[in-house]
Design a protein around this ligand. Sequence first.
Ligand code: NOJ
Ligand code: CA
Length: 706
Amino acid sequence: MKFHLCSVMAAAGLISAMSACNTGGTRTLESPDGNVKIEFNLTKQGEPTYDAMYKGKTIVGESKLGFEAQGLPSLTEGFKVVGISMGSEDETWAPVWGESDSIRNNYNSMTIKMRKNADSVEVLMGVEFRAYDDGIAFRYVFPEQETKQFVITDELSQFAMTGDHTAWWIPGDYDTQEYEYVKSPLSEIRSLNTDDKLGNVSQTGFSPTGVQTSLMLKTADSLYLNIHEAALVDFPAMHLNLDDSTMVFTSWLTPSPDGTKAVIKTPFKTPWRVVMVSDKATDILATQIIYNLNEPCAIDDTSWIKPVKFMGVWWEMITGKSEWSYTNAENFDLATFDYSKAKPHGKHGANNENVKRYIDFAAENGMDQLLIEGWNVGWEDWFGKEKDYVFDFVTPYPDFDIAMLNEYAHSKGIKLMMHHETSGSIPNYERHMDRAYDLMNQYGYNAVKSGYVGPILPKGRYHYGQAEVNHYLDAVKKAAEKKIMVDAHEAVRPTGLARTYPNLLANESAMGTEYQSMSPGHVTILPFTRLKGGPMDFTPGIFKMDLSTFAPNNHNKKRATIANQLALYVTMYSPLQMAADFPEHYAEKADAFQFIKDVPVDWSESHYLDAEPGEFIIVARRQKNGDSWYVGGVTNENAREVTVPLSFLAPDTQYEATFYTDAADTDCDTNPETYVIKKETVTSASAPVIKMARGGGFAISIVPKK
Ligand code: NOJ
Ligand code: CA
């Protein structure tokens, strides 16, 4: 098939310098540096397809595009191209918080407009492509048309892999990302994809070759690829399903209870489908493509949005030392239960005295906030009950004096952080949200950690469905109206929406420290995968690795060294960083805790110095609007020695560097709590050689000498 669109495009002024009008059915789009190419093609059957190349090598083979929609013939074929427009962008924007204080958004674009006569209806559908120097992206565009609403029953976007790549993946699941990553060739996903290793209260796999995004891949010729999505708005989250006979992934949307996937109203643009690419692993860490594909900030006054370093009355509940609940009441019902007559079980963590103790320590050590979980009534009933009305989000337990504790915290210069566990009951949270946010405004809380543990209610819905995706964003938008920052756990994994709504400081959406004893390599893969969509509330900073020493029934051991825990404040970028361990554990190792006190939570520039997915990551960052640098390195279960050139430092300047490293005998399993701290003068010519223990790491603070 041949298109003769050049004359039309020239008349419309749409031809760019790119080869959009070569003969044949292929339209090519190149990235600004020419390294990335996307080809669009319409087959004889009118099937839209694309492929992609990087430095002359195919990275995505011929892949089909389109949808199935209720009541319509397949929207994967029978299309005609009715217009093509080309464009480009080169802008630099300043994020409210971030890894750097400016981000360049530089791409070329091509929008293909298509028409299909589907029985008696005419369907208009377009595909908008963008070629960046470090990736490709496309989204579907349904312009205003006769059909006002489409019920999407399947998205059939393909990503044809060119070989049996190595993948770092977690099982496709409609409800959770709280898994350890598996490294395997694509061909072994089927045999390794067992979802029984977790015991999460909500876990819904859908296919033995289903995986989640962001999916990290490495080709046999050492290209790094990463498939994810950007700007997930009013659409279900996308998973990928592999045909392991052809190595072709196809998009797999999270369903609604009736089995359909999405209801879209025209005009509509889907989220972006993205393939990041580079021959350097560090470029995958550094790329800002996901944020660039999101809309600019939608909040006019962002002056109230501030990165947060916090502690929490939290780790003690997670480890079983204390409890969220106040009583052992059985057959509990919040509507009728009388706490004033109830006998406390004596293990309630969020009591006035304990909270004050944390406030004192957090304030003395420069924290911005203190999270308190289990402050509100209902925890007797919360876990796995699939019950609508568990929490009201406004009534404190009898031993939590909300007015006094907020006043006490404010008098010491810190804020309390709110906690809203919804137990998966979205309707109940929505009913209470206004009052819950108003209570925060009343007492001076400006950040909420929300959570969605357990199966989503109403029954039959999933965490990553369209309605739920809409809820999470509505909660963030409503919070913005009340000047509240959000840290949502168990919500859908982020897709860069924090560019548009920077009050969404972080999400969890992956296995975090609450899992206590995951493998050391986990933190060397998260920045390549989960963090591509946005920051994670990973809750680092554990100093006491044998949990039975303070929670006798807990036999977990954290498989990390102290230097590794310090490094995470640099390697796991987030504007929301918790110092997750207890005040008394930090007090015992005040010299190591100093790094957590010093490390910023906002940056002017970041340099990924060296990395390999699942192996190790080394990154240097300069504090926002300052001259001090912080370097972090983490390794998996292999010890390794690395050379860290400090060439990013300003020339002709002497700095005092404080090195926090593993000791010679440190080991994440046998001797995790030893470390060495040493100070040295360094310059941009220095290149210290540092040993990381198994499950270890290092942290360096580098401050200009006066
Ligand atoms: C799971 C969250 O990830 C954790 O941080 C929280 O403490 C519990 N849910 C209770 O809400
Ligand atoms: Ca969680």
